[in-house]
Design a protein around this ligand. Sequence first.
Ligand code: ZN
Length: 381
Amino acid sequence: MKLTQGIAMQNYTDSVEEYIKRTIFSKTGETFLDLSSQEDILYSELNDIGQWLCKDYIKGDSSFYLLDSVQVQAAAVHGHQAVLVYKGMLDLIFRTSAMMVGAERRHKFPGEEFYEPWRNNLNYWFRCAEFDWSDERYWWLHRDDSRKAFEMCAEGLFVFLLLHEIGHLHNLHGDRRIEKSKSETSTFSLDDDEIFVHEALGCGEAMSEADRLASHAREIVADTYAFKFMIVELRDSLLPESEYSGRDEAALRALNFGVCNHMVASLFWAFSFQRPMRNDIQEDDYPSHLFRLQSIENSALEGQLAGGNEETHLGMAVGIKTYTAKLVCAAGDDEFVTWRETAKIPANQEHYQKIRGVVGEWSNIKFGVRDEDWLPWPFST
Ligand SMILES: [Zn+2]
């Protein structure tokens, strides 16, 4: 690296870190996460993935930080092209991954006795603040095959989360919000920091209907982007060439899609416990996280994300069947099905359509495409 490039990079890094310290840490007392003092190597591994994804997907300077905070949160810092993930969010990813591994085991061995802290207890499991690495009962950390599956789930969920935040940057949600906040339709006044730091889980602040629809639309746009590239990023780790070469490519694409679909369904279900979203104009809890899953599935069908019409339909059938069976099995009840079915309530359907109606205002012209290139697979067909 040339000296001038090195200096420019250092200036960028200094200004991002100064911004984060001033706008976030000064209010909350949080700090950057010290990787050397974490209980497990997975924190460092996810940090590497985060840095790598930001470098690969964001044009120009970008940065990624893990923050030492129990908040279940992730954020995109517009203007600085930075992505932040809070430790509390990683813990939720770990708890979701543990439940997914537990579901596999319960599904395979319905009569076996083993530790399942989530079973009949999801509300506690997803809302409890800490994932205890030292707990001897956490068999998914101590058995080699389970640990491998646990890591694979955690990495997959993390990749989706990261790409979602990058999706906000990519679709210029910071700039678009500044533009919109100047228009008459918005009743929600924003200061610069609110525009620049987009958080993964909103706090249910009072907003006009137009603003609320816009905020849900932004989530859907970022999800569409994230899911498309999650499929690409996870292909090699889910279905390694060394084990799957020579197999039917269309079937592998469908399987790859199905596993990613299972992962995002599990994550959104976990989010729905962690912070139920409400819509003040309706009496019932508003199933925003469910709508995000529904929207990912709709967009995937439209874009034929598994590489072709047939593959995508097959992949989705595999995905839906898998996540429904596994999540019901993990929980020990039908809560997931009940949650999934709230999409059918007419008021929810109507609201979902309204969100879809404004999605175009928050998307780039070419939906879900990276700035610099079309990926050759599987989207060129
Ligand atoms: Zn978001």
